[in-house]
Design a protein around this ligand. Structure first.
Ligand code: NAP
Length: 643
């Protein structure tokens, strides 16, 4: 069981003074639930000292300093007794008590139908997402070979699950190491924007994160470490790219062509798992003269460590998530920087975005029973499904030019006030940084104030007059003014709507996936595609999350579904699993129906990677996490044809 690989709870050996100091860094609501696991006494769920509010990434439940101090005092006593008696944590199996604990922690009622999903996520019941394989003979599993394309977060996850299943597999990775997006995006300041104690596999928590939102090297190391932690390294072929995969109807297999060092090889495999992600093919803008620049030009996702930006004049094109992290990180080191903005980003306040994990908080994760598990729930819940209903456009809302409904209007006010506070009386800057589209329609960025602080620095200018061309010596704006630059950074995003591109994927009857999809990629549950048997997509079309959650959560759902489909196939004695076209058509019509009146499709939005060139949203999921979890728990045999 994977469960055994989760870090074991370490015994408490520290003295009272040490513990008291560590508790200064604890999330007090989380500590209160851990106390129940130590004492077995749940009466504090009924007490007057309790969390009173909830906000994303706020882990103290808005409790008063007085109440927190009282809890720390009581906790010290509970921990002391637990430590001195060599106590064992009390397991709580009763779902109603667990639901009460959940509701207590987040200061609102957690509906009963969320409990099983959250229990899985927290692993209070062990690794429930691992499938049971005893019904399929081991040699049958070992004879079935799966090729996983891509060794990023979801490819590593698929590998872990395939290994547990005893299925033979190879992971083909174009880079020299694992991590995918966390391998490639090495620009200064690159970090995750989902709380890290949630942004890690549910069955492989990490108590050693040094920051609450870790930076790229630490994230890449986490995935790298998983190769040894789960014994899957030998299955990876690095520096190897899949260029083509063709379904061989006579053999009922895929023929996969890979390229390594210029050499192409073709091998047969029974099933194909695409784990290539949505944001891995950098997009350079069509700006005239781009190739004429004589200085150094690079895309943010192809950062060159050998380029020294210190003391240089730097042009940054783009103000999306990558630029938002890069610009503040290098601003103090450059001689001059111009940031070319086409659309302003919305940002929401997170004062802890760059915060380090305090040693006391790490101690609590490692030593206090179930603390880290409840903490995961505490940061997941406010990012679960709560926001989703407010992202629906209210057709009767009168202020469609600036918001989509009443909640969105309030969001606009909060976001705008946050920017106003920082900009002060610089009206010209304020005009530039307030977006001209409705809030939450494009990727909203986590902000601790560093972006606007950087833009206000004397050596930094935010440019909004558009770019006419790139010249030999720099960037020329629409007024004809040249900014002489040593370096141009294109923080201009990715070919997000070209799924599985540029690979050639050829299914039944010679049908090319690229042609079947055109500019509108579609997959049932984002995973399976008609005419492409035994092909499973992870983080496929219609699965990107723009309202909360974490892609790791979604990937865990998708991988479980994929493996349950393979298990069904092996159990049936058949060779091929085909999605029924009517199931697919029905799903797509429901998906598009749902997406069409969501904020991401709003007419004020232009140039969003959430939309394809025709303005249609194909990459996002409009579904509640709760629904996606339910639909992907197990493959439904009626949806497929087995032959
Ligand atoms: P992006 O969000 O697509 O932003 C690209 C930027 O380049 C936008 O400001 C865009 O302006 C601008 N741009 C594109 N073409 C241009 C042109 N021809 N002229 C001028 N400006 C142009 O790309 P990204 O910042 O790399 O982020 C992509 C996604 O990656 C994010 O949305 C997020 O999902 C992920 N990401 C996540 C993190 C994180 O979690 N911490 C960090 C980085 C990236 P318009 O807005 O007008 O198109």
């Amino acid at each position: 069981m994977t469960q055994a690989l989760a870090p074991a709870l370490e015994p408490i050996t520290e003295d009272d003074a040490f513990i008291a100091k560590a508790l200064e860094d604890a999330s007090i609501p989380t500590l209160m639930l851990s106390m129940i696991h130590m004492s077995g006494d749940s009466s504090l769920l009924d007490g007057s000292i309790r969390p009173v509010g909830l906000y994303l990434n706020e882990v103290q439940g808005f409790m008063s300093e007085e109440d927190k101090a009282e809890v720390r005092k009581q906790a010290l006593e509970v921990i002391r007794r637990y430590r001195d008696s060599g106590g064992k944590p009390v397991r709580i199996d009763d779902h109603e008590t667990i639901r009460r604990m959940m509701s207590f922690l987040v200061a609102e009622e957690v509906p009963a139908d969320y409990v099983p999903m959250m229990l899985e996520e927290m692993e209070l019941d062990g690794d429930a997402r691992e499938l049971e394989w005893d019904s399929i003979p081991a040699d049958q599993r070992a004879d079935f070979h799966v090729t996983v394309i891509g060794g990023g977060m979801s490819g590593v996850l698929a590998a872990i699950r395939l290994k547990e299943a005893g299925i033979s597999f190879t992971v083909v990775e174009k880079n020299a190491g694992v991590g995918g997006t966390w391998y490639e995006n090495r620009y200064p300041g690159c970090r995750v924007d989902v709380g890290n104690h949630f942004y890690c596999y549910s069955f492989a928590p990490n108590h050693d994160w040094t920051e609450y939102f870790a930076q790229q090297p630490e994230l890449q190391k986490y995935f790298e470490d998983c190769l040894d932690r789960f014994g899957i390294r030998e299955h990876f072929e690095f520096n190897t790219e899949v260029v083509k995969a063709q379904f061989d109807e006579a053999a009922n297999q895929w023929q996969v062509t890979t390229r390594c060092d210029g050499l192409e090889k073709t091998k047969a495999t029974n099933a194909l798992i695409s784990a290539v992600g949505q944001l891995n093919r950098p997009k350079l803008p069509d700006i005239p003269g781009r190739d004429s620049f004589k200085g150094t030009a690079m895309h943010s996702a192809q950062w060159r460590d050998d380029v020294d930006y210190r003391g240089k004049k730097v042009a940054v094109i783009g103000t999306g998530a990558s630029a938002f992290q890069l610009v503040p990180t290098i601003a103090d080191d450059v001689a001059e920087m111009k940031v070319y903005q086409r659309s302003a980003p919305w940002m929401f306040p997170n004062v802890d975005y760059h915060r380090k994990v305090e040693s006391g908080a790490q101690w609590c994760m490692k030593k206090l029973p179930f603390y880290s598990r409840w903490y995961r729930f505490l940061i997941f819940w406010p990012a679960c499904d709560g926001l989703l209903p407010s992202l629906k456009i209210d057709p009767n809302w009168p202020h469609q030019d600036r918001s989509i409904n009443e909640v969105n209007e309030m969001t606009r006010e909060v976001f705008t006030d946050w920017m106003k506070q920082q900009v002060g009386d610089d009206e010209a800057l304020l005009q530039k940084v307030i977006p001209d589209y409705v809030p939450l329609a494009k990727r909203t960025l986590q902000d601790n104030g560093s972006w606007l602080t950087a833009l206000k620095k004397p050596q930094v200018t935010l440019h909004t007059d558009g770019i006419r061309e790139v010249a030999e010596r720099g960037v020329v704006d629409n007024n004809g003014e040249l900014f002489e630059a040593d370096i141009i950074v294109y923080a201009t995003g990715f070919h997000a709507n070209k799924f599985l591109w540029p690979m050639d994927i050829i299914g039944r009857d010679g049908i090319k996936l690229r042609e079947q999809w055109g500019e509108e990629p579609e997959a049932y549950l984002g995973i399976t595609v008609p005419n492409f048997p035994n092909l499973f997509c992870l983080y496929g079309p219609g699965t990107n999350l723009a309202f909360g959650g974490s892609l790791i959560f979604n990937s865990e759902c998708e991988v479980r579904y994929t493996l349950s489909a393979i298990k069904m196939l092996l159990g049936s004695g058949q060779k091929v699993i085909d999605l029924k076209p009517d199931v697919h058509a029905d799903y797509q019509s429901r998906l598009q129906n749902e997406l069409s009146d969501m904020v991401w499709s709003h007419p004020t939005v232009k140039n969003s990677w959430y939309q394809n060139d025709a303005g249609k949203v194909t990459v996002l999921s409009p579904w509640r996490l709760r629904d996606f979890w339910e639909w992907t728990r197990e493959v439904n045999a009626d949806d497929y044809q087995l032959t």
